[in-house]
Ligand binder design. Structure first.
Ligand code: FAD
Length: 292
Protein backbone atom coordinates (compact mmCIF):
# COMPACT_ATOMS: atom_id res chain seq x y z
CA UNK A 1 0.00 0.00 0.00
CA UNK A 2 1.18 3.49 -0.77
CA UNK A 3 2.06 5.82 2.09
CA UNK A 4 0.09 8.59 0.37
CA UNK A 5 -3.05 6.44 0.81
CA UNK A 6 -2.31 5.55 4.44
CA UNK A 7 -1.77 9.20 5.38
CA UNK A 8 -5.20 10.13 4.02
CA UNK A 9 -7.07 8.20 6.74
CA UNK A 10 -6.38 11.02 9.26
CA UNK A 11 -6.05 8.54 12.13
CA UNK A 12 -2.96 8.35 14.31
CA UNK A 13 -0.62 6.34 12.06
CA UNK A 14 2.76 5.50 13.53
CA UNK A 15 5.56 4.55 11.19
CA UNK A 16 8.74 2.99 12.52
CA UNK A 17 12.20 3.37 11.02
CA UNK A 18 14.76 0.58 11.12
CA UNK A 19 18.23 0.35 9.63
CA UNK A 20 19.99 -2.62 8.02
CA UNK A 21 23.00 -4.34 9.62
CA UNK A 22 26.59 -3.19 9.11
CA UNK A 23 27.79 -6.70 8.37
CA UNK A 24 26.39 -9.98 7.11
CA UNK A 25 27.03 -11.58 10.49
CA UNK A 26 24.57 -9.15 12.14
CA UNK A 27 21.89 -9.76 9.51
CA UNK A 28 19.90 -12.38 11.43
CA UNK A 29 19.75 -10.37 14.67
CA UNK A 30 18.69 -7.19 12.84
CA UNK A 31 16.14 -9.16 10.82
CA UNK A 32 14.69 -10.57 14.04
CA UNK A 33 14.49 -7.09 15.61
CA UNK A 34 12.70 -5.71 12.55
CA UNK A 35 10.29 -8.65 12.60
CA UNK A 36 9.49 -8.03 16.27
CA UNK A 37 8.70 -4.43 15.38
CA UNK A 38 6.62 -5.46 12.35
CA UNK A 39 4.63 -7.86 14.57
CA UNK A 40 3.39 -4.78 16.48
CA UNK A 41 1.56 -3.75 13.26
CA UNK A 42 2.72 -0.16 12.82
CA UNK A 43 0.97 1.72 9.99
CA UNK A 44 4.14 1.34 7.91
CA UNK A 45 7.89 0.92 8.32
CA UNK A 46 10.85 2.45 6.58
CA UNK A 47 14.24 0.85 6.05
CA UNK A 48 17.23 3.16 5.69
CA UNK A 49 19.92 2.83 3.06
CA UNK A 50 23.48 2.92 4.30
CA UNK A 51 22.51 5.24 7.20
CA UNK A 52 23.21 4.57 10.88
CA UNK A 53 26.14 2.37 9.86
CA UNK A 54 23.90 -0.10 8.01
CA UNK A 55 24.90 -1.30 4.58
CA UNK A 56 22.76 -0.58 1.55
CA UNK A 57 22.96 -4.21 0.50
CA UNK A 58 20.38 -5.37 3.03
CA UNK A 59 17.81 -2.57 2.77
CA UNK A 60 15.67 -4.40 0.29
CA UNK A 61 15.96 -7.81 1.99
CA UNK A 62 14.66 -6.33 5.23
CA UNK A 63 11.91 -4.26 3.57
CA UNK A 64 10.71 -7.22 1.51
CA UNK A 65 10.70 -9.56 4.49
CA UNK A 66 8.62 -7.18 6.63
CA UNK A 67 6.13 -6.64 3.84
CA UNK A 68 5.76 -10.27 2.82
CA UNK A 69 5.75 -11.91 6.25
CA UNK A 70 3.89 -9.29 8.28
CA UNK A 71 1.87 -7.41 5.66
CA UNK A 72 3.30 -4.09 6.90
CA UNK A 73 3.67 -1.55 4.07
CA UNK A 74 7.31 -0.52 3.72
CA UNK A 75 9.37 2.36 2.41
CA UNK A 76 12.78 1.52 0.98
CA UNK A 77 15.23 4.41 1.36
CA UNK A 78 17.58 5.10 -1.53
CA UNK A 79 20.46 7.59 -1.73
CA UNK A 80 22.20 8.86 -4.85
CA UNK A 81 25.12 11.22 -4.28
CA UNK A 82 27.88 8.65 -4.13
CA UNK A 83 26.33 6.34 -6.73
CA UNK A 84 26.51 5.98 -10.48
CA UNK A 85 23.42 6.10 -12.69
CA UNK A 86 23.96 2.43 -13.44
CA UNK A 87 23.82 1.43 -9.77
CA UNK A 88 20.81 3.62 -9.02
CA UNK A 89 18.89 2.32 -12.03
CA UNK A 90 19.65 -1.24 -11.00
CA UNK A 91 18.43 -0.54 -7.45
CA UNK A 92 15.23 0.97 -8.79
CA UNK A 93 14.59 -2.19 -10.83
CA UNK A 94 15.24 -4.35 -7.76
CA UNK A 95 12.79 -2.28 -5.70
CA UNK A 96 10.17 -2.67 -8.45
CA UNK A 97 10.75 -6.43 -8.59
CA UNK A 98 10.43 -6.69 -4.80
CA UNK A 99 6.96 -5.10 -5.06
CA UNK A 100 7.90 -2.19 -2.77
CA UNK A 101 5.67 0.76 -3.63
CA UNK A 102 7.26 3.48 -1.50
CA UNK A 103 10.70 5.04 -1.86
CA UNK A 104 12.32 7.68 0.33
CA UNK A 105 14.48 9.50 -2.23
CA UNK A 106 17.57 11.00 -0.62
CA UNK A 107 20.78 12.62 -1.62
CA UNK A 108 22.74 11.01 1.24
CA UNK A 109 25.58 12.65 3.11
CA UNK A 110 28.57 13.52 0.98
CA UNK A 111 31.36 11.05 1.83
CA UNK A 112 34.53 12.72 3.22
CA UNK A 113 36.61 11.61 0.22
CA UNK A 114 34.19 13.33 -2.19
CA UNK A 115 34.13 16.71 -0.45
CA UNK A 116 37.05 18.10 -2.45
CA UNK A 117 36.36 16.15 -5.63
CA UNK A 118 35.38 17.79 -8.92
CA UNK A 119 31.59 18.04 -8.57
CA UNK A 120 31.04 18.39 -12.30
CA UNK A 121 31.89 14.68 -12.53
CA UNK A 122 29.15 13.63 -10.12
CA UNK A 123 26.15 11.90 -11.65
CA UNK A 124 23.78 13.06 -8.90
CA UNK A 125 23.99 16.29 -6.90
CA UNK A 126 20.74 16.45 -4.99
CA UNK A 127 17.76 14.34 -4.00
CA UNK A 128 15.76 16.03 -6.76
CA UNK A 129 17.96 14.28 -9.36
CA UNK A 130 16.96 10.92 -7.89
CA UNK A 131 13.29 11.91 -7.80
CA UNK A 132 13.46 12.76 -11.51
CA UNK A 133 15.18 9.43 -12.20
CA UNK A 134 12.41 7.61 -10.30
CA UNK A 135 9.74 9.43 -12.26
CA UNK A 136 11.43 8.47 -15.53
CA UNK A 137 11.85 4.84 -14.47
CA UNK A 138 8.25 3.95 -15.25
CA UNK A 139 7.78 2.55 -11.73
CA UNK A 140 4.52 3.33 -9.96
CA UNK A 141 6.13 4.56 -6.75
CA UNK A 142 4.95 6.82 -3.97
CA UNK A 143 8.03 9.01 -3.45
CA UNK A 144 8.97 10.65 -0.16
CA UNK A 145 11.63 13.25 0.55
CA UNK A 146 13.50 14.45 3.64
CA UNK A 147 13.03 17.88 5.23
CA UNK A 148 14.64 19.77 8.08
CA UNK A 149 12.59 21.86 10.52
CA UNK A 150 15.86 23.30 11.85
CA UNK A 151 17.31 23.77 8.32
CA UNK A 152 19.71 21.39 6.52
CA UNK A 153 23.25 22.07 7.82
CA UNK A 154 24.55 22.83 4.32
CA UNK A 155 21.88 25.42 3.50
CA UNK A 156 22.88 29.06 3.46
CA UNK A 157 19.58 30.14 5.01
CA UNK A 158 16.00 28.99 5.68
CA UNK A 159 14.61 30.57 2.51
CA UNK A 160 17.07 28.71 0.29
CA UNK A 161 16.30 25.48 2.08
CA UNK A 162 12.55 25.92 1.58
CA UNK A 163 13.02 26.94 -2.05
CA UNK A 164 14.88 23.69 -2.78
CA UNK A 165 12.31 21.74 -0.79
CA UNK A 166 9.58 23.19 -2.97
CA UNK A 167 11.47 22.13 -6.11
CA UNK A 168 11.78 18.63 -4.66
CA UNK A 169 8.02 18.45 -4.12
CA UNK A 170 7.29 19.83 -7.59
CA UNK A 171 9.57 17.15 -9.04
CA UNK A 172 7.41 14.44 -7.44
CA UNK A 173 7.87 14.04 -3.67
CA UNK A 174 4.39 13.21 -2.40
CA UNK A 175 5.20 13.44 1.29
CA UNK A 176 8.06 14.72 3.43
CA UNK A 177 9.53 13.15 6.54
CA UNK A 178 11.39 15.39 8.95
CA UNK A 179 14.71 15.16 10.66
CA UNK A 180 14.28 14.51 14.39
CA UNK A 181 13.44 17.44 16.66
CA UNK A 182 12.86 17.70 20.42
CA UNK A 183 10.74 20.84 20.51
CA UNK A 184 7.40 20.66 18.70
CA UNK A 185 7.29 24.45 18.32
CA UNK A 186 10.14 24.16 15.82
CA UNK A 187 7.98 21.87 13.73
CA UNK A 188 4.91 24.12 13.92
CA UNK A 189 7.03 27.09 12.90
CA UNK A 190 8.51 25.14 9.98
CA UNK A 191 5.04 24.01 8.84
CA UNK A 192 3.84 27.59 8.88
CA UNK A 193 6.79 28.68 6.72
CA UNK A 194 6.52 25.89 4.16
CA UNK A 195 2.74 26.22 3.81
CA UNK A 196 3.24 29.96 3.19
CA UNK A 197 5.77 29.02 0.51
CA UNK A 198 3.14 26.85 -1.19
CA UNK A 199 4.38 23.41 -0.12
CA UNK A 200 1.21 21.51 0.58
CA UNK A 201 2.16 17.82 0.69
CA UNK A 202 1.79 15.93 3.99
CA UNK A 203 4.69 16.31 6.42
CA UNK A 204 5.47 13.33 8.64
CA UNK A 205 7.30 14.50 11.78
CA UNK A 206 10.23 12.32 12.89
CA UNK A 207 10.48 11.63 16.62
CA UNK A 208 13.48 9.95 18.20
CA UNK A 209 12.88 8.48 21.65
CA UNK A 210 16.19 9.00 23.45
CA UNK A 211 16.76 6.02 25.69
CA UNK A 212 20.33 6.51 26.87
CA UNK A 213 22.56 9.49 27.57
CA UNK A 214 25.20 8.52 24.98
CA UNK A 215 22.54 8.37 22.28
CA UNK A 216 21.66 12.02 23.03
CA UNK A 217 25.18 13.20 22.24
CA UNK A 218 25.40 11.13 19.07
CA UNK A 219 21.93 12.03 17.80
CA UNK A 220 22.48 15.72 18.38
CA UNK A 221 25.91 15.71 16.79
CA UNK A 222 24.54 14.02 13.68
CA UNK A 223 21.33 16.00 13.34
CA UNK A 224 22.31 19.37 14.83
CA UNK A 225 18.93 19.37 16.63
CA UNK A 226 18.23 21.95 19.33
CA UNK A 227 17.89 20.41 22.79
CA UNK A 228 15.32 22.21 24.96
CA UNK A 229 16.07 22.85 28.63
CA UNK A 230 13.29 20.49 29.65
CA UNK A 231 14.99 17.67 27.79
CA UNK A 232 18.47 18.55 29.14
CA UNK A 233 17.11 18.40 32.71
CA UNK A 234 15.80 14.93 32.05
CA UNK A 235 19.17 13.68 30.76
CA UNK A 236 20.98 15.32 33.71
CA UNK A 237 18.61 13.69 36.19
CA UNK A 238 18.38 10.18 34.68
CA UNK A 239 21.45 9.87 32.41
CA UNK A 240 23.26 7.54 34.82
CA UNK A 241 20.32 5.24 35.39
CA UNK A 242 19.63 3.30 32.16
CA UNK A 243 16.18 2.01 33.16
CA UNK A 244 15.01 5.44 34.36
CA UNK A 245 16.50 7.15 31.29
CA UNK A 246 14.64 4.79 29.00
CA UNK A 247 11.36 5.36 30.79
CA UNK A 248 11.82 9.14 30.80
CA UNK A 249 12.95 9.24 27.13
CA UNK A 250 9.94 7.20 26.02
CA UNK A 251 7.59 9.38 28.07
CA UNK A 252 9.09 12.52 26.47
CA UNK A 253 8.67 11.10 22.94
CA UNK A 254 5.12 9.93 23.74
CA UNK A 255 4.30 13.43 24.94
CA UNK A 256 5.66 14.93 21.69
CA UNK A 257 3.53 12.52 19.64
CA UNK A 258 0.34 13.26 21.62
CA UNK A 259 0.91 16.99 21.21
CA UNK A 260 1.46 16.62 17.44
CA UNK A 261 -1.65 14.51 17.04
CA UNK A 262 -3.73 16.88 19.19
CA UNK A 263 -2.57 19.66 16.86
CA UNK A 264 -3.82 17.88 13.76
CA UNK A 265 -0.80 15.87 12.57
CA UNK A 266 -1.88 12.30 12.17
CA UNK A 267 1.06 10.39 10.70
CA UNK A 268 4.20 10.36 12.81
CA UNK A 269 7.51 8.62 12.23
CA UNK A 270 9.47 7.04 15.09
CA UNK A 271 13.22 6.53 14.84
CA UNK A 272 13.36 3.21 16.70
CA UNK A 273 17.11 2.58 16.45
CA UNK A 274 16.16 -1.07 15.76
CA UNK A 275 14.93 -1.51 19.33
CA UNK A 276 11.64 -3.46 19.48
CA UNK A 277 11.24 -2.46 23.14
CA UNK A 278 11.16 1.22 22.14
CA UNK A 279 8.53 0.65 19.45
CA UNK A 280 6.53 -1.56 21.78
CA UNK A 281 6.52 0.91 24.69
CA UNK A 282 5.62 3.87 22.49
CA UNK A 283 2.81 1.93 20.87
CA UNK A 284 1.46 0.65 24.17
CA UNK A 285 1.55 4.20 25.64
CA UNK A 286 -0.67 5.25 22.72
CA UNK A 287 -2.80 2.12 22.45
CA UNK A 288 -6.11 3.93 23.01
CA UNK A 289 -5.21 6.67 20.53
CA UNK A 290 -3.59 4.81 17.61
CA UNK A 291 -6.00 4.33 14.73
CA UNK A 292 -8.44 6.93 16.11
P1 FAD B 1 18.79 17.31 -0.65
O1 FAD B 1 17.32 17.42 -0.74
O2 FAD B 1 19.55 17.16 -1.92
O3 FAD B 1 19.34 18.57 0.17
C1 FAD B 1 20.67 18.64 0.60
C2 FAD B 1 21.13 20.10 0.62
O4 FAD B 1 21.17 20.60 -0.71
C3 FAD B 1 20.16 21.04 1.36
O5 FAD B 1 20.94 22.04 1.96
C4 FAD B 1 19.28 21.59 0.26
O6 FAD B 1 18.71 22.85 0.60
C5 FAD B 1 20.29 21.72 -0.88
N1 FAD B 1 19.67 21.55 -2.21
C6 FAD B 1 18.70 20.70 -2.57
N2 FAD B 1 18.43 20.81 -3.88
C7 FAD B 1 19.27 21.76 -4.37
C8 FAD B 1 19.48 22.32 -5.66
N3 FAD B 1 18.75 21.92 -6.72
N4 FAD B 1 20.45 23.28 -5.80
C9 FAD B 1 21.20 23.69 -4.74
N5 FAD B 1 21.02 23.20 -3.49
C10 FAD B 1 20.08 22.22 -3.30
N6 FAD B 1 20.93 9.24 4.77
C11 FAD B 1 21.32 8.03 4.30
O7 FAD B 1 22.49 7.87 3.92
N7 FAD B 1 20.45 6.96 4.22
C12 FAD B 1 19.16 7.07 4.63
O8 FAD B 1 18.41 6.10 4.55
C13 FAD B 1 18.70 8.33 5.16
N8 FAD B 1 17.43 8.51 5.54
C14 FAD B 1 17.01 9.75 5.96
C15 FAD B 1 15.65 9.93 6.30
C16 FAD B 1 15.20 11.18 6.73
C17 FAD B 1 13.75 11.34 7.08
C18 FAD B 1 16.11 12.26 6.85
C19 FAD B 1 15.63 13.59 7.34
C20 FAD B 1 17.45 12.10 6.50
C21 FAD B 1 17.90 10.84 6.05
N9 FAD B 1 19.24 10.64 5.66
C22 FAD B 1 19.65 9.41 5.20
C23 FAD B 1 20.21 11.74 5.76
C24 FAD B 1 20.29 12.53 4.44
O9 FAD B 1 20.82 11.72 3.43
C25 FAD B 1 21.19 13.74 4.70
O10 FAD B 1 20.58 14.63 5.58
C26 FAD B 1 21.71 14.45 3.45
O11 FAD B 1 22.74 15.38 3.87
C27 FAD B 1 20.68 15.26 2.69
O12 FAD B 1 19.80 14.47 2.02
P2 FAD B 1 18.50 15.12 1.30
O13 FAD B 1 17.85 14.03 0.56
O14 FAD B 1 17.72 15.89 2.26
O15 FAD B 1 19.25 16.11 0.28
Amino acid sequence: MKVSEIIKNNKLNLSIEVFPPKTGSAFESVKTATEEIAALSPAFMSVTYGAGGGTSKYTLDIAKNIKERYGVPTIAHLTCVSSTKETVRQKIEEIKEAGIENIMALRGDIPADMLDADRSLWQYHHAIDLIRELKESGGDFCIGGACYPEIHPESANKNDDILHLKEKVEAGAEFLTTQMFFDNNLLYNFLYRIREAGINVPVVPGIMPITNAKQVERAIKLSGSHVPQRFKALVDRFGNDPAAMMQAGIAYATDQIIDLYANGISTIHVYSMNKPIVAEKIMSNLSDIIGK
